[in-house]
Design a protein around this ligand. Structure first.
Ligand SMILES: Nc1ncnc2c1ncn2[C@@H]1O[C@H](COP(=O)(O)OP(=O)(O)O)[C@@H](O)[C@H]1O
Ligand SMILES: [Mg+2]
Length: 353
C-alpha cells in the first residue's frame, strides 16, 4: 500500500537558542528498512524525528525524503506519520473515529475514511474494537490504535518516538515484535527512537547510537555489539568491561593484545603499539578456578548473584573489577572466594583511538 522512501540527513544542525540539540549529523536510511536512534535522554533523538516529520526545521543542513529536499516543508506536505510516546488518542472519540480522523481531515469522504480506518485496525489486530473508547482499552491496545492511526494515512515513512515506554516489560517485548513484523509486511521505511538497547538490537536493520547531539556510531546491531568504536558505545549496547591491555601490532590489521597472563589476536583498529583498552563482554570471559593455567587474571569474588538462568559475578583483579556471567553450577562461588578469569576469544574488541 505504501511507496517506501529513503530518509537522508546532510550535515543537519538544530539549535534552540544557544543550545545545540543536533550537531552536524549526516546519515542515510534506505527505503523499506527500520533504523533505530538509540541514546541517553537529551542526546537529540526526538529533535531528529521532529525534523523528519516537519515539526522542527534544521538551523542548517538538509533533510531529504525520497530524494526530495523537504527541509522547510510543513508536515502536511510530507508523506510521514508519527506514533507518539503518549499515543495522543482523543479520549472522547471511539477507536474507529480516532483512526478515521486523519483521512477525514484530509477531506476523504466519511465512508472511505471509515473503510480505511477499519483496514488499518485489522492490520494491527484490532478488528471488533471499533466502537470502544480509548479508556476501555489496555495499554497495549491503545498503542496499537496509535499505530493504526499512523498507518491509515499510508505514509512512505513511519516515525516512532519511544512508542513502548508506557508498557510493562513483557508487553514491550511482544509489541516490538509486532511493530517490526508490520514494518516488514508493509515494506515502509521506519525511524524508531528508543533508549532501550535490547529493543534496538531486536528490531533494527540499522542502529544509530547518539551521544551529546552527534552520532557516536552507526551500523548493524551485530557490528555495534561486536565492534564498538569507543567505551560509550560498548557500555550503551550491552554490558562491557573496559580493561587496560598491551598491544603489539602483527600486521596491517591485527595485533597481539595482552591482558595479564593471556593474549588474544584482535583487529587493532588503528591503535599503535603500547597501552590500549579493550571492551570485553561478560560472556567472553571464562570463570576459572584460582591458579588455573589458562588464567589471564587472578582475583577474588567481590559479588555473586544468582539470577535463575545464570550467575553474575564481579571479580576483583589487579586490572580492576571484572563483571562475568557464568553458568549456574551445584557449587557456585561466594564473595571472598579466590577465582581467576580467562578469555574465550569472542566478544572482545580493541577500543579505537
Ligand atoms: N523546543 C526546545 N527548546 C529548547 N531546547 C530544546 C527543545 N527541544 C529540545 N531541546 C533540547 O535539545 C536537546 C535534545 O533534546 P531531545 O531531542 O528531546 O532529546 P532526546 O529525545 O534524545 O531525549 C536537549 O538538551 C533538550 O533540552
Ligand atoms: Mg525524546
Amino acid at each position: 500500500m505504501t511507496r517506501a522512501a529513503e530518509i537522508r540527513f546532510e550535515h543537519v544542525t538544530k539549535r534552540f537558542g544557544q543550545a545545540v540539540a543536533v550537531n552536524d549529523v549526516s546519515f542515510t536510511i534506505p527505503a523499506g528498512t527500520l533504523c533505530t536512534l538509540l541514546g541517553p535522554s537529551g542526546c537529540g533523538k526526538t529533535t531528529i524525528l521532529r525534523m523528519v516529520a516537519g515539526l522542527e526545521y534544521p538551523t542548517s543542513g538538509q533533510v531529504l525524503i525520497g530524494g526530495q529536499n523537504v527541509s522547510t516543508l510543513p508536515p502536511s506536505e510530507r508523506d510521514v506519520s508519527m506514533v507518539f510516546q503518549s499515543y495522543a488518542l482523543f479520549p472522547h472519540m471511539t477507536v474507529l473515529e480516532n483512526v478515521a480522523y486523519g483521512p477525514t481531515v484530509a477531506r476523504k469522504p466519511k465512508k472511505q475514511a471509515e473503510d480505511a480506518a477499519r483496514a488499518a485496525l485489522a492490520s494491527v489486530g484490532l478488528s471488533g474494537f471499533e466502537a470502544r473508547l480509548p479508556s476501555e482499552l489496555s495499554g497495549g491496545q491503545q498503542q496499537r490504535v496509535a499505530v493504526a492511526r499512523a498507518l491509515v494515512l499510508e505514509p512512505s515513512v513511519l516515525l516512532f518516538d519511544e512508542p513502548l515506554s508506557n508498557l510493562d516489560a513483557r508487553l514491550r517485548r511482544h509489541m516490538r515484535e509486532e511493530i517490526r513484523e508490520l514494518q516488514q509486511r508493509l515494506g515502509v521505511t521506519a525511524l524508531y527512537v528508543t533508549h532501550d538497547q535490547s529493543e534496538a538490537l531486536a528490531i533494527s536493520d540499522k542502529i544509530i547510537v547518539m551521544n551529546n547531539a552527534v552520532i557516536a556510531q552507526e551500523g548493524k546491531p551485530r557490528t555495534l555489539y561486536d565492534e564498538p568504536v569507543n567505551a560509550f558505545v560498548a557500555g550503551f549496547i550491552g554490558e562491557a568491561n573496559r580493561l587496560p591491555v598491551t598491544l603489539n601490532r602483527l600486521d596491517e590489521k591485527h595485533a597481539t593484545v595482552t591482558l595479564g597472563k593471556a593474549s588474544l589476536i584482535l583487529p587493532h583498529r588503528g591503535r599503535g603499539d603500547g597501552k590500549a583498552e579493550i571492551a570485553l563482554r561478560p560472556e567472553a570471559i571464562a570463570l576459572l578456578p584460582a591458579g588455573h593455567r589458562d588464567a589471564a587474571l587472578d582475583g577474588t569474588v567481590a559479588k555473586a548473584a544468582y539470577l535463575g538462568a545464570v550467575m553474575e559475578y564481579t571479580i576483583d583483579t589487579e586490572a580492576g573489577p571484572v563483571f562475568v556471567i557464568a553458568p549456574v553450577t551445584d557449587a557456585p562461588l561466594s564473595a571472598g572466594d579466590a577465582a581467576a578469569i580467562g578469555l574465550t576469544g569472542r566478544g572482545a574488541a580493541v577500543l579505537a583511538a
